[in-house]
Design a protein around this ligand. Structure first.
Ligand code: ADP
Ligand code: MG
Length: 734
């Protein structure tokens, strides 16, 4: 930002015109309802004019897992997709996949083909089903050598094919899994799909064991894992963004003085959305609707410049794909409005970071949500058993759940005084806890005490919800009829936490199914079986239940006494992936193979190291090229001024004081920067766990010292000389 722009911004009202975009409308220019264009950029085979009734029936069976995809059917499907896409002006297609980078990847091919010297558009079944991108440039954590660099993408037909629209054309995106030549999953989607299958199988068995239905036709056929992701993000003016190399290189400011007014007035949360931001949100939503992503809520978040968007929940694998698309759309629409969208967990020090609340539940094919408490939760044994099993899952696999959300960005949130801590505990709310405590003590819960009287329809759901809204500090909270994994980072690919969560819960379901089946065989009554199960599980797992303030120091101490793991940094957390025993549940369930876990351990450690190195190098660079010169300039200015004033016979006390302070801060800054650079060079390019630990424990604190010195300078060096946009510029100009 030039000084002129900033001055204008501050004193004459900085107004970038809001962008008008084409609201979807009919041929007469009348606006369309959302329901009229919802999903228009997603292929819907039921609407295809090329597919016959019989074709559609067969496709339906494949999707319902009752039939297999034959070559012939795939050929027809591909043809229908091609016809649809090209009629909308699409020229290219791509296998869209999610490598271990955590984001998405695509390589485009044109439909154009030359046959007998004539141009035609073509998409064959094999092009639809299988691709072979050069895998050598994707992270593989040593899982293959360069000479076997082949990787395959394979069509996930449960996730819809969609169009990506660019300014001058469209691309057909085919969601795929990405595997190595040897069949190892090199992506995030494949293990997620496996985990969904495992949990679905285990939960279906549980439902059928417990609901007493004897007739096959009355039994549940499957259980869907459901998920809705609340996405938080920041918007920064595009001009300012490019003036901050740290934002460009790493997505977060590496330093900055907190403004006098940030979020202490708590008036941004749910406040009126600024006009330019609203114009942006509306364009984002139209794009999402076209892609069949049901964006539902939008609002300001706690920090200035921070916002949230949440869709209506869907099946977990679809939700995971859609969240990736949503982040991409948030980021691609922003520049059109003169913004850049930051999905990093901690773009600004000292104010709230961004998370991604992952709402999660299970819903059976008979239409019931396994986490629905109903009007009488205290006698809803199946519901209570499911909650108790989830408590046990977190009790058994809390460390793995923590690992699943570890990233360099999320390290700034977890445990910082504003986000769910790195200790994984469960919040159940007072009512549910009281019920489970009663069962655990072998008592029956009577609902005639302490205001839980007369639980009318949905009363409990509301009660529990109200309780949870008062507790934002829990990393994993029961919120009415679902759990909400709140410790997930805003930039995360939710596929990873979903996979581990599904696996952890499936593990407990499987154990309990064996027990229930045995006891049913012994002629025990299902309610008796479930009440003892609830009692045993809850007693065993209750140490992970915590309804208090998760941000408090007392909780950290208490958690330690309870023996709960507290894995503070990514370096601590990622170590768990290399712990074979901690991951047996995942390998036993076939969600990851051992070698896939090794791959993930290597890749994630390496990425942690790389991200930090980029940050450190950027920080050193900015200090040397921007901050130190500004400080030195100011010192010169002061020194001159002091000398001149001395000549003029004045003492210049203030100038001297400021000079001394700037001088010592600058010296400290310089010393720490040299220390960081030496430490970084001392790593000698290593990207292993040792390097990660050194970074987390030694170099991060040095970089934080640097950030502190820079903030002091920012607050004291003349604004005329300060070379970078400040938090004021970035958070309050819009
Ligand atoms: P809050 O901000 O109070 O947590 P929101 O309404 O912003 O609530 O978000 C809640 C999210 O949870 C939405 O995406 C919603 O669709 C999702 N959700 C609701 N019910 C379920 C469920 N049964 N399974 C998974 N997600 C759900
Ligand atoms: Mg929420």
């Amino acid at each position: 930002m030039t000084k002129a722009v900033r001055a204008k911004a501050k004193f004459s009202g900085y107004k970038i015109p809001t962008r008008k975009f084409e609201v979807p409308s009919d041929v007469n220019g009348n606006p369309l309802r959302v329901s009229e264009y919802f999903g228009e950029n997603v292929f819907d085979y039921t609407k295809s004019e090329i597919l016959t009734k019989q074709d559609k029936k067969e496709i339906n069976e494949v999707l319902a897992k009752k039939g297999v995809l034959t070559r012939d059917l795939a050929e027809k499907f591909a043809n229908a997709v091609l016809n649809w896409a090209t009629s909308k002006g699409t020229t290219h297609f791509t296998h869209w996949f999610q490598p271990l980078t955590g984001s998405t990847a695509e390589k485009h091919d044109a439909f154009l083909s030359i046959e007998d010297g004539r141009p035609i558009e073509k998409l064959s079944a094999s092009q639809l089903i299988q691709g072979e991108p050069d895998a050598s440039s994707f992270p593989h954590g040593g899982s293959r050598s360069t000479f076997e660099a082949r990787g395959y993408t394979s069509w996930d037909f449960t996730s819809p094919v969609f169009l990506k629209c660019h300014e001058n054309g469209k691309t057909l995106c085919i969601p795929t899994a990405f595997v190595s030549y040897h069949g190892d999953a090199l992506d995030i989607k494949t293990p997620l799909l496996r985990s969904i299958t495992q949990l679905s199988n285990a939960a279906t068995k549980f439902v059928n064991l417990t609901n007493g239905q004897k007739r096959e036709a009355d039994k549940a056929e499957f259980v869907d894992v459901t998920c809705g992701c609340e996405q938080e993000y920041f918007l920064v003016d595009k001009a300012l963004y490019f003036e901050r190399p740290d934002l460009v290189m790493g997505g977060r400011t590496l330093f900055g003085a907190v403004t006098s007014r940030n979020q202490q007035l708590e008036d941004h949360y749910f406040g009126t959305v600024p006009e330019r931001v609203m114009a942006y949100m509306q364009e984002v939503e139209v794009e999402l609707y076209r892609l069949g992503i049901p964006a539902k809520t939008r609002h300001n978040e706690v920090a200035p410049g921070q916002f949230e968007i949440a869709p209506i929940f869907s099946k977990a694998n679809v939700a995971a794909d859609q969240n990736q698309v949503m982040m991409a759309i948030l980021q691609s629409v922003a520049p059109k409005h003169g913004f850049m969208c930051l999905v990093h967990e901690k773009p600004f020090a000292g104010i709230n970071g961004s998370g991604k609340h992952l709402n999660w539940s299970m819903s059976d094919s008979l239409g019931s949500n396994l986490l629905e408490p109903t009007d009488t939760p205290h006698t809803n044994y199946r519901f209570l058993a499911v909650v108790a099993m989830i408590c046990e899952a977190v009790n058994r696999h809390g460390a793995s759940l923590r690992t699943a959300i570890a990233s360099h960005g999320n390290d700034h949130r977890l445990g910082a005084n504003e986000a769910p801590p790195s200790i994984i505990s469960i919040f159940l709310g007072d009512t549910l806890t009281a019920i489970l405590e009663a069962y655990a003590a072998g008592e029956t819960y009577t609902d005639d005490n302490e205001g839980f009287l007369d639980l009318g329809a949905d009363q409990l759901a509301r009660l529990v919800k109200d309780n949870t809204d008062r507790n934002r500090t829990s990393p994993f909270a029961f919120t009415g009829n679902k759990f909400e994994f709140r410790a997930v980072g805003s930039a995360a690919n939710v596929g990873i936490p979903l996979t581990v969560l599904n696996g952890a819960v499936a593990d407990v379901f499987n154990d309990m199914n064996v027990r229930i089946e045995k006891e049913l065989g012994e002629g025990k009554d299902i309610n008796t079986i479930l009440t003892t199960l609830i009692k045993d599980l809850y007693n065993n797992a209750k140490k992970v239940v915590f309804n208090g303030d998760g941000y408090s120091q007392e909780w950290e101490k208490e958690a330690e006494q309870r023996g709960l793991p507290n894995l503070r940094t990514s370096a601590d957390a990622l170590k768990v992936i290399s712990d074979e025993q901690a991951n047996t549940f995942l390998t036993d369930l076939g969600i990851y193979t051992k070698s896939e876990l090794t791959t993930r351990f290597n890749v994630r450690v390496e990425r942690y190291v790389k991200h930090r190195e980029i940050e450190f190098r950027t920080l050193i660079n900015m200090v040397n090229k921007d901050i130190l010169p500004a400080a030195i300039n100011y010192k010169n200015f002061l020194a001159k001024s002091i000398n001149e004033q001395k000549t003029a016979g004045v003492e210049a006390k203030t100038d001297r004081e400021i000079l001394a302070m700037i001088n010592s801060t600058t010296d400290n800054l310089r010393a720490k920067t040299v220390e960081l650079e030496q430490g970084l060079n001392g790593l000698e390019g290593a990207e292993d766990l040792n390097a990660a630990e050194k970074i987390a424990k030694v170099l991060m604190p040095v970089s934080e010292d640097i950030a502190e010195s820079v903030a002091v300078l920012e607050e004291n060096v003349s604004e005329e000389l300060w070379p970078l946009p400040t938090y004021y510029d970035m958070l309050f100009i819009r």
